[in-house]
Design a binder for this molecule. Structure first.
Ligand code: FAD
Length: 576
């Protein structure tokens, strides 16, 4: 058996390595047009910022190490130019020797990844305009910083753009991010991305939303970028981080089926439409775990797992890709954001009914140092409570929660199951009632009818027809309150019910949602049938309507049952 793999990074290297482990006698040729194989592209932004000090740590393997450990025939600087599926051969160019040759295969594996999108604007192809996909791209950017660059523009405000912004700020560069959409990180909910946005600004990044670069040119050794808002910027570095597109030119030219999302079509065994040709990684499209719709994943985890399935299929193992769930996580300065499954926007677009809850606990026990509020948003079915998607934003413990929720989602769990998860707890790591359990408690209360919620996006429309009741302490109320709100602290509510109009709904709120839930329960059991508690309290409210609170700073931990006392401490009212 002769296996030829095109592309030697995540999916390609994974397929080749597994192929060898499954079959010691196969001939395995790995063709990579770049100079490096199996390098850590996810680490590139961190070497630019200096957090990963050694360049060599990104270069996980070399052709020699792969030959020694796995007996792979790795050829870097070898670009596959075309595929002849009838003759079962590929045409290869040896870029160093400037020579072309043909290589036969029994099984061909396409893992050519994706190419950064260069928007169709004048100057996007100039040599001075950078992208960040591989080691030479990174080296070029570092060279410019070392040569004295002081100002950088990043086009695109999603994960790679913002990781890069962090790296540039670490190098003291004035950093501007322009984002065509109306929010950064569009794979998260709007309210989550806004809090993240405030955090990015806090670190000195100039983020300009609904703005795009319209042309780029070189003038007197600097780069001038015209923006859609009519302004121009003079900078030393421009990086296009405006997304990537599956690299399917080889497959398309060979007549292999390309799907509606522009990726190579594969079946669950990662077989393409051509006999004996398989594919994996950023270049393929796969069904979404929940909707079954074809999606592009563009993440390293799916690429590696798909590579493994490719080898299993070639060597007769029963293995199948289960679909793409869209689990992602990103560190942006001091905060971490993660998401899994469907977002609210996805659910609305697909017409899928859902309910949602927000909780704000801490990454770990508040009395153990080093924690801060952790926001979880969970989306679930109103019928059976099945989890549909979740997002987590905070400072510590985000990775753990998103992974637990991701597993729960894949296992088909409901919010009722989340109540019962037995999760590891000691003060430095969590709480006896973990934030994931809390999501389960709150969502179950909602579905059981023990809780009615109102949402920050209902405001200000709701203000004319409801009584908005702020149940925090007067100190908190005086610091800031929803304009139309009246203040009755929840501890005084039972004695002051006659102050609340009975002819309209009562919407309660507090800082995190806990005190307003207690107030809601008092109201419901005191004849106020139409009452609701603000989901996520003021902290979530910030994501929709900015308030004077400092968002995006690691404020004091939340202690929901003691918020009245904590509110008296200096500085607490300043932060979310
Ligand atoms: P690649 O890793 O891109 O490998 C494809 C290879 O194929 C390339 O080396 C290319 O040179 C080669 N090739 C293409 N055409 C040919 C040809 N004709 N002949 C020979 N060789 C060819 N994902 C995450 O999950 N988490 C992260 O934190 C994360 N961070 C990232 C940060 C950066 C800066 C970048 C660029 C990506 C990041 N990703 C992250 C995405 C992740 O790296 C990709 O999803 C993953 O590498 C895809 O693997 P792949 O094998 O499909 O493609």
């Amino acid at each position: 058996m002769k296996v030829v793999v095109v592309g030697g990074v995540a999916a390609g290297a994974s397929a080749a390595a597994r192929a060898r482990r499954l079959n010691e006698s196969a001939e395995i040729v790995l063709l990579e047009r770049g100079r490096f194989v199996s390098f850590a592209n996810c680490g590139l932004p961190y070497h630019i910022g200096g957090e990963i000090p050694e360049r060599e740590s990104l270069l996980l393997q070399t052709p020699e190490s792969l030959a020694a450990s796995l007996n792979l025939d790795v050829r870097t600087g070898h670009e596959v130019l075309s595929i002849d599926t009838d003759a079962k051969e590929v045409e290869v160019r040896d870029l160093l020797a400037d020579a072309t040759y043909r290589e036969s295969y029994d099984k061909l594996v396409l893992c050519p990844g994706a190419d950064p999108i260069r928007p169709p604007i004048p100057g996007a192809d100039l040599e001075c305009v950078d992208v960040l996909r591989n080691v030479p791209d990174m080296d070029r950017i570092i060279e410019k910083i070392d040569a004295g660059a002081t100002r950088a523009l990043i086009v695109g405000g999603s994960a790679i753009g913002l990781e890069l912004a962090e790296g540039f700020r670490a190098k003291d560069l004035e950093t501007i991010v322009v984002e065509m959409g109306d929010r950064i990180m569009p794979w998260l909910g709007r309210e989550m991305t806004r809090i993240l946005h405030f955090h990015v600004e806090l670190h000195g990044v100039d983020v300009r939303l609904s703005t795009s670069a319209t042309s780029i040119r070189e003038e007197d050794g600097r780069i001038v970028v015209d923006l859609s808002d009519g302004t121009s910027l003079e900078v030393d570095i421009v990086v296009l981080a405006a997304g990537v597109r599956p690299n399917v030119s080889l497959a398309r030219a060979a007549g292999i089926e390309i799907g509606p999302r522009g990726g190579i079509v594969v079946d669950p065994q990662m077989r393409t439409s051509a006999p004996d040709v398989l594919a994996a990684g950023d270049a393929v499209e796969t069904p979404h775990f929940h909707t079954g719709e074809p999606v592009l994943s563009m993440l390293a985890g799916p690429a590696n797992r798909q590579g493994r399935i490719v080898a299993d299929t070639i060597f007769g193992r029963d293995s199948a890709y289960r679909g793409t769930q869209g689990t992602g996580i990103v560190k942006i300065f001091d905060m971490t954001a993660g998401g899994t499954g469907m977002t609210e926007t996805d659910l609305i677009r697909h017409g899928i009914e859902f309910r949602k809850v927000y909780t704000h606990q801490n990454g770990h026990a508040e009395y153990y140092p080093g924690t801060a509020p952790l926001t979880i948003k969970a989306l679930f079915s109103p019928d059976d409570g099945a989890l549909l998607g979740a997002q987590v934003l905070g400072w510590d413990g985000v990775d753990k929660r998103i992974d637990v929720l991701s597993v729960a989602l894949q296992a088909g769990m409901t919010v009722y199951d989340l109540e019962h998860l037995e999760l590891g707890y000691a003060p430095p790591y969590g709480s006896a009632k973990d934030p994931v359990n809390m999501i389960g408690f709150q969502a179950s209360n909602l579905l059981a009818g023990d809780l009615d919620l109102w949402y920050a996006e209902d405001y200000p429309t709701c203000a004319d027809s409801v009584t908005i009741l702020d149940v925090r302490t007067p100190v908190e109320y005086d610091h800031w309150h929803v304009a139309e709100a009246i203040n009755i602290p929840y501890t005084e509510l039972r004695a002051r019910l006659d102050e609340i109009p009975k002819d309209r709904p009562v919407y309660t709120y507090c800082r995190s949602g806990f005190r307003s839930y207690i107030a809601y329960r008092v109201l419901k059991q005191s004849g106020f049938d139409d009452a609701a508690s603000l989901s996520g309290g003021m902290i979530t409210f910030h994501g929709f309507h900015r308030t004077p609170l400092k968002v995006g700073e690691g404020g004091r931990p939340v202690v929901t049952y003691a918020e009245d006392i904590l509110a008296q401490r200096p500085g607490v009212l300043e932060h979310i």
